[in-house]
Each structure stands twice: as structure tokens, then as C-alpha cells.
Design a protein around this ligand. Sequence first.
Ligand code: HEM
Length: 149
Amino acid sequence: MSYPVLLTLHLFGALVFIGTVFFEVLMLEEVRKYVERDAMRAVEQAIGRRARRIMPWVLLVLYGAGIGMAWTYRAVLVDPWRSGFGTLLALKILLAISVLGHFGTAMTWMVRGRMSLRRSRIIHLSVFVHMVAIVLLAKGMFHVGDWSL
Ligand code: HEM
């Protein structure tokens, strides 16, 4: 698949994923204060069901396209600390892997019945911070020079 196609797929995947995380943290958390508890739980369960349906596909496209593009930069990624671009891209990939780790942790907690409101908030907030950093790194990596210059 060509680089522009991968980039477009990656961008759409990122839009949906980042949009969902931002919606949950910036909107839902605040809305909770004004909605009755049972109604809120019903809404969250419905959102959860929808997310479980579409998110695996979104993540597949996002990470698949990301890996496809990263292949182009494999020579840089062999020694990422030599250039600004390589360093920022490597950090971005590490953060993306950490996001997957968050998912794994959340799934484990849910399956074992150990997911609480507090844990759910911490996971959401942490993924939110990861998203902000990933976007800054993704956009910044093309504007940092070579460390040796
Ligand atoms: C949570 C997961 C991820 C998010 C939210 C994310 C988000 C983004 C965003 C917003 C861009 C900028 C796209 C643009 O300017 O059009 C980008 C670029 C990029 N991402 Fe990701 N990304 C993720 C995971 C990954 C992974 C796992 C890889 C590789 C293994 C990767 C590799 C890249 C590369 C190489 C670019 C540069 C594309 C270019 O502008 O030429 N990303 N990413």
C-alpha cells in the first residue's frame, strides 16, 4: 500500500480514536454531574457496547497503517537517538505501545471484575495525556533538526 494511502488511513484512525478519548474525558466526565446515576450508567453501557464493536477495527487500521509507515523509516529507527526525527518517532511509537498496555490492563480489570469508577477515570486520563503527547510528537518530529547539526 502506498505511503499517502497509509497516512490517510492512519489519520482517520487517529481522528476516531483521539475523538472518542477526548469525548469521554472532556464531555462525559462533566455530563455525569447533571445526569441521574442509573441513566448515566445506561448511557455508559451503551457507549461501551458500541466502542467494543468498532474500536478493534479502528485500532487495527490505526496501528496497521502506523507500522506500515514506520517501515519506511526503519533505517532511522535502528538508531533513533541519532536524529531528532528518529527520537520523536521512537517516543511516539513507545507511547502508542503504552496505550495498548492501558487497554490490556483495562480489559483484565473488567474481566476480573476489578474495574472501579476511580480506575476507569485514571485509565481515561492517562490515555488522554498519551494522546496529547502523541499528537505533539507526530506533528513535531518533522520540524526538529538533526541532533548533530
Ligand atoms: C494511539 C496510537 C496512535 C495515534 C493516536 C497516532 C496519531 C498520529 C497522528 C495524529 C499523526 C499525524 C498524521 C498527519 O499529520 O497526517 C501520526 C503520524 C505518524 N504515525 Fe501515528 N499514531 C499512533 C500510532 C502509531 C504507531 C503504532 C506507529 C508506528 C509503529 C505510528 C507511526 C506514525 C508515523 C510514521 C507518522 C508520520 C506520518 C507522516 O506524516 O508522514 N503511529 N500519528
